[in-house]
Design a protein around this ligand. Structure first.
Ligand SMILES: [Zn+2]
Length: 240
């Protein structure tokens, strides 16, 4: 490999490292977490609304039952009262019994009317809560949409950077031999992403270990086009 190719390989490595960092950033964007938080908040409001709506329906059904029962009782009270004043019954004891029955029915009607009022008030209250939650849900949905937009924008920025780096990498890689590039790729996979390192002041910048004096001497005297590897980590060393 020529000196120029070594420099290009270093440059490819720099671009690859940068691309790895950008991909990591893409996977860990704070906008992603923000979106998840906003979706969770929306879900919470939605659940609360759902619970209130179910409760409202229960109350409405109870009220309906109450009203039906009340109507039946009122009918009965009216019929008994009509009988009381119809003149058909003449016995004092019978009349008294009937009067008591009418009074009892009326008292039950009055209790049921109070119950109905309480139920209506409770329904009104829950109605207000459901409306407030609907408004809350709208804002939560707006927040989710905003978070989605922010995430898409943040992703687009990083992806554009990745595209730029990839293009620059391709340009640099074009002039490196296929075999050297394949060995670089293979080494990169095994070495956690860094396959090429500068040899500076007797130290491999890949593993940060100093090379032995003997090895340094061997590398110094090796032909410039020879591919030398770090004796510690095995990375391709570029003499600087
Ligand atoms: Zn090394």
């Amino acid at each position: 490999m020529s000196d120029d190719q070594f420099q290009r390989l270093l440059s490819v490595q720099d671009h690859d490292t940068r691309i790895d960092q950008l991909r990591h950033r893409l996977d860990t964007l704070p906008e992603q977490a923000a979106l998840a938080a906003s979706q969770q908040a929306r879900q919470q409001v939605d659940n609360q609304r759902e619970t209130k709506q179910v409760k409202r329906l229960e109350l409405q059904r109870t009220l309906k039952r109450n009203e039906d029962e009340l109507a039946a009782l009122e009918d009965r009270a009216k019929r008994e009262k009509d009988r009381l004043y119809s003149g058909e019954i003449s016995g004092t004891r019978e009349l008294l019994t009937l009067q008591e029955e009418v009074d009892g029915l009326r008292s039950r009607c009055s209790d049921m009317e109070s119950d109905a009022l309480e139920l209506m008030e409770a329904i009104d209250e829950i109605e207000t809560e459901v409306e407030a939650l609907a408004t809350g849900l709208e804002s939560a949905e707006t927040a989710v949409a905003a978070a989605q937009k922010e995430l898409a924008e943040a992703k687009a920025v990083v992806r554009a950077e990745i595209d730029q780096e990839s293009a620059a990498r391709s340009t640099e890689a074009a002039d490196i031999g296929e075999a050297a590039l394949a060995s670089y790729e293979d080494l990169r996979t095994r070495m956690g992403g860094v396959a090429v390192a500068r040899l500076r002041n007797g130290t491999c910048e890949g593993c940060h270990l100093g090379l032995s004096a003997m090895e340094l001497d061997r590398i110094r005297h090796a032909p410039a086009d020879e591919v030398c590897h770090c004796e510690e980590c095995g990375r391709i060393l570029v003499r600087t």
